[in-house]
Design a protein around this ligand. Structure first.
Ligand SMILES: Cc1cc2nc3c(=O)[nH]c(=O)nc-3n(C[C@H](O)[C@H](O)[C@H](O)COP(=O)(O)OP(=O)(O)OC[C@H]3O[C@@H](n4cnc5c(N)ncnc54)[C@H](O)[C@@H]3O)c2cc1C
Length: 428
């Protein structure tokens, strides 16, 4: 092994959660390396081409996510790569708010954000092994173009979505309950040109009927015509395919990538033939990979449950807030299980959800935080993932400040909350 590097924080995974954690920690003065398996950042936001940041506010219009997430949107808008904040009705009839963005240009925006903050990215790099002694992560072996690189972090933050590093460190994960299944994955695809005047004018009942017909004909894996316009173009990213897969199983993942492209291909034919405004369009691009909604969820000091969201629970160690409803895409069939929240309903996420029960100097963030299948179906969205990442970065920096050893349970929660508020974050 060559090139051992000692750092305050090693962030594994450059999705939106990992990027926010890395930036937030580096701005607090921590030495941060971010390890990402692709040659670019963004995860589901870019490689998965999700193309819209959903749920910034309650249905009544109260903001619940801001801070670093706002800065990402401001930087996107400055280069014409994000639309205005909009409230809209989904093709399933549900109300939602969002900011659409251009996935390709988000890659560059995240590059600049990380470099400006002083983060050291290690791209084309995957965690091969994690060495832990008892409850402490000592080092990581990262496989990259130079061979194996060893990282010795005081804090390990696993933002890989699948929590590969924590799995290799021997952390425990939460099982699915009886009758639950992992949420399916989706191969997003870019389709255009779309005549948006006509496409957007399709009335909701007609849109729903079209989607049901496409599903009944076997051309749409999901009974929806959900699309986000790519800003500055006549194209949209369509979210129609549906793949039941455990994406931590390499063979199943391989099959799902191929099946995903085929589902997208068939959906594009349906759009072209049957959907007003899409007649001149063709499939222009697939996502780099299928978008993954759910895999491992860590067992943390607190397991966020649906009740915590629905009551909602007040947590003394709240570090982020959200208002996205419980949105479960069933693994099979064309529908959606959707539990809408009340008009001004928001919930909080406590710091303890980031703390793996069996490790002292590690954090889980993004879609793998400690939550039940139901609660994860709400807090997995990118707005909340960014808010949690923001908190994780400052928390990790506090755990290393003044020569501390990276113990993430010992941090001053009030100092973390204060710092987050100073940076515009909303905690409940
Ligand atoms: C199809 C789909 C539609 C969605 N729609 C919306 C929506 O409309 N609005 C919304 O806000 N959210 C939406 N979501 C949810 C949201 O996109 C994700 O939950 C969120 O992006 C998760 O971010 P993350 O940073 O936790 O993980 P990810 O985005 O999964 O990022 C993980 C990163 O880690 C890297 N990585 C993985 N393993 C390793 C490893 N071993 N070593 C190194 N790097 C590794 C990956 O390449 C990736 O960059 C959707 C998700 C999907 C899949």
């Amino acid at each position: 092994m060559t090139n051992a590097l000692t750092v305050d924080l090693a962030v594994i995974g450059g999705g939106v959660a990992g990027c926010m954690a890395a930036v937030a920690a580096a701005r607090e003065g921590a030495r941060v390396v971010l390890v990402e398996r692709y040659g670019f950042l963004g995860g589901n936001a870019t490689a998965g081409a999700v193309a819209q940041f959903n749920s910034w506010q309650t249905a009544a219009g109260r903001r619940v996510v801001a801070g670093l997430a706002d800065e990402v949107v401001a930087r996107l808008r400055a280069v014409g790569a994000a639309g205005p904040h909009e409230v809209f009705t989904m093709s399933t009839g549900h109300r939602m708010d969002r900011v659409v963005y251009a996935p390709e240009r988000l890659k560059w925006v995240l590059d600049r954000l990380l470099l400006d903050a002083g983060v050291q990215p290690l791209l084309h790099a995957q965690v091969a092994a994690v060495q832990a002694a008892g409850r402490r992560v000592e080092s990581l072996s990262v496989l990259c173009k130079s061979g194996l690189v060893e990282l010795r972090p005081r804090v390990l933050a696993d933002a890989s979505g699948d929590l590969d590093a924590l799995q290799r460190a021997g952390a425990r994960f939460l099982p699915l309950a009886e009758g639950e299944a992992l949420q399916p994955a989706t191969m997003m695809f870019r389709f255009g040109p779309v005549d948006f005047e006509r496409f957007d004018a399709i009335a909701a009942p007609e849109r729903a009927a079209l989607a049901r017909r496409g599903h009944a004909q076997g051309e749409l894996a999901r009974a929806a015509l959900h699309a986000a316009r790519d800003p500055g173009s006549d194209d949209a990213w369509f979210n129609i395919s549906r793949l039941a897969v455990d994406a931590t199983d390499a063979w199943a993942l391989s099959r799902a990538e191929i099946e995903g492209r085929d589902q997208a291909w068939r959906a594009a034919q349906f759009l072209q033939r049957e959907v007003p405004g899409c007649e001149r369009g063709t499939l222009r691009a697939f996502g780099t990979q299928i978008g993954i909604r759910e895999t491992r969820r860590v067992e943390g000091d607190h397991v966020l449950g649906a009740d915590d969201l629905l009551r909602p629970a007040a947590f003394a160690d709240a570090i982020a807030a959200g208002a996205y409803p419980i949105d479960i895409h069933p693994a099979q069939g064309g529908g959606l299980q959707y539990r809408e929240l009340g008009d001004d309903h928001a919930y909080a996420i406590p710091w303890r959800c980031l703390l793996p029960t069996t490790l002292d100097n590690a954090l889980a963030l993004g879609r793998g935080v400690s939550a039940t299948h139901e609660a994860q179906a709400a807090i997995r969205v990118m707005t909340i993932s960014m808010a949690v990442g923001h908190a994780a970065g400052i928390g990790a920096a506090l755990a290393c400040a003044g020569g501390r050893d990276g113990a993430v349970r010992g941090i001053d929660i009030r100092a973390l909350q204060r710092r987050l508020r100073e940076q515009g974050a909303i905690l409940h």
